[in-house]
Structures are given as C-alpha cells and as structure tokens.
Design a protein around this ligand. Structure first.
Ligand SMILES: [Zn+2]
Length: 329
C-alpha cells in the first residue's frame, strides 16, 4: 500500500551539523558499518540472536533496544526482524556474514513497531524477501506510521534520517504458515492480535526455538499501549503449550524456562486489567485510578517512566470497551 512520506523533513541545524560530520567520517572510513558492530549469541544448532539494550530507544544506544535473530539452514538464512535503524540492519547483515557465507533469503517481521523494522530496507537491498502478516496493512496505511517515523527521525538522528523508509513486505501472510528451507522446518504462528494486530511468532521446529516477538518482555516493562491484553494472555498460554526449549523475546535475554520468564509480562497484564477494570466498574476517572494504584512492584523496571501511564490508559479504554460489550449481551 503506498504511503505518503514527508519529503521536507525539517532537520534541526544541530542535526545537520552532525550529519555533515557523519558524511565526512563515512567518506574517510567507508562507513565501517557506521561503527556499530553486533555480536550474535548462539541459541541452538541453527539459531543466533542479537540482544538490544534494556529501556527505550535513545541516541546513546543508537536505537539498539530490541532483539532480532537469524537461522542458518543448508540453503540460506532466515532472519527474524531487522532492528530499529538502517545502520543496525547493516550491522546485522555484516554479523550474519561472519557466521555464514550463505545468502539471507527471507526476513520474517514480528510486527511493524519502529524498533523492529527500520533495518528492513537494508535486507531488501541485500536481496532478502520480506514476509509479514496481512494485518500490518492497517499500520502501513495509517498516519501513525508516518508520525512514528518523523518522531524517530527527530529522536534518533542521524541513525534514523530522511533516507529511512517503512518497507512493506513482499509476501503478505493470512495466518499460520509453515515452510521448510535447507532441511529446517519453520512454523510461523499468528498471535490472534495480542501485542499488535499483526504479531507473528516463529518456531524453529528442529531446534525447538521460539521467536516470540514482543509477546514476551524480559528485564523491562512491557509496552502495552493499545494492545488487546485479553488475546495477549491467551497467546502466552499457547506459547507455554508449544514447550519450546528456548524462547527469544523481542526484548531482553533468551529464556530456557518460558513459564518462568513470561511471568513478568503475564503478571503485569493481569495487574493492569485488574486495577483499570475495577476503576471502570466503579466509574472512577482514569486520573484518580492511576494515582491511587500501587505501581511499586513495577516502578524499578526499565521503561517504566516512558510506558506505564500509556499502558494503564490503553488498558482503561480497553476495559471500558469490554465492559460495554458485556452490557450489550
Ligand atoms: Zn519492540
């Protein structure tokens, strides 16, 4: 679906100065992958992943605050997500190239949130085919996609700049999809619309490794926003029943005990729903409910300051909708 991009993004003067330095530096050192070197962690026979920093995207972490991974098969590489800037995408491709000389044939997009997708343009240049769930069409056609890119250009300049694009997939998937490549079996699983309407999880069957996207957050507060937390809770249960040996979350370290490590996400969703659900039932305004809720058990987690209030508000609105839907029955 075509998207109108703002071609006259007003770069602040200081950013232009930084750009000039970067251009000079890159001319001198042939970019050296922008000085970003990523080192993958090996999870299993075929699977590696890159672990981003905890907390929100910032100039200090150069946007590296989410995870991505890759699977080396006998017939090429399948990547899962592309990280949050083109430079990180290039660094990923360079790091994969140190593990295998095989081509990167495919990228599976977990969902179209900014921290997972701005590296996609580099994978496309490298000849990889991009797959995503059809529900991402909603996001790609929305103002949110344009505003988020503008915001990232401002906050993550020069890592996200006027040449950064949102890349639509080559292949739209309608639901669960299995495929084989080079002797490895992959199952792409649709979450039912949990963290985002288009979440895909990827199970590497032979290795029993599950890429969970943002359905599990480890070591930081989950971003809930407008997510459907009821579907999300259901998807967490289904994830446990897959009995993966290892889970690579969208954020935080890999887990070899899925039940234990999805506890933070599961408990937080339940807590949000309980607190905001009670307020909605009592016709209590959001501000009052938020102020009187005890957030102390989550307040020390990275990203609490940035995400908790919007998570609570999104959940408050969701609980209102659920309450109204019940009233109609
Ligand atoms: Zn994320």
């Amino acid at each position: 679906m075509p998207i109108a991009f703002h071609s006259h993004y007003p770069a602040p003067r200081i950013a232009a100065a930084i750009l000039a330095v970067v251009v000079l530096a890159s001319a001198a050192c042939t970019r050296a992958e922008d000085g970003i070197v990523l080192t993958p962690k090996r999870v299993s026979e075929h699977v590696w992943f890159f672990q981003g920093d905890a907390g929100p995207a910032s100039a200090a972490n150069k946007g590296f605050m989410s995870n991505a991974g890759f699977v080396v098969t006998g017939d090429g590489v399948v990547a899962f997500d592309a990280l949050g800037t083109p430079a990180l995408g290039r660094a990923m491709i360079a790091a994969i190239g140190k593990v295998t000389k095989a081509p990167i044939r495919r990228v599976i997009v977990s969902h179209y949130h900014a921290d997972h997708i701005y590296g996609l343009q580099e994978f496309r240049k490298a000849g990889a085919e991009i797959w995503a769930h059809r529900n991402a069409q909603l996001y790609l056609a929305s103002d949110v996609a344009i505003r988020r890119l503008e915001q990232r250009r401002a906050e993550l300049y020069p890592w996200v700049d006027e040449n950064t694009r949102v890349i639509p997939p080559d292949i739209w998937l309608d639901g669960d999809t299995d495929f084989r490549m080079g002797g490895v079996t992959f199952r792409l699983l649709y979450s039912g619309g949990a963290h985002s309407p288009e979440d895909l999880l990827m199970l590497v069957v032979d290795d029993r490794v599950l890429f969970a996207g943002d359905l599990i957050y480890a070591g930081r507060l989950p971003f809930v926003g407008t997510s459907d937390s009821r579907s999300w809770q259901k998807a967490l249960g289904e994830m446990v029943s897959l009995r993966p040996a290892h889970v690579v979350p969208g954020h935080g370290p890999a887990s070899s005990d899925v039940e234990r490590d999805l506890a933070t996400t599961r408990d937080y969703l339940a807590y949000l729903r309980e607190a905001m659900g009670r307020a909605v039932k009592d016709f209590e305004p959001f501000e009052d409910a938020y102020a009187k809720t005890d957030w102390s058990r989550y307040a020390a987690l990275p990203a609490f300051a940035e995400a908790n209030r919007i998570n609570a508000y999104g959940t408050y609105l969701l609980m209102e909708q659920e309450e109204l839907a019940r009233a109609k029955d």
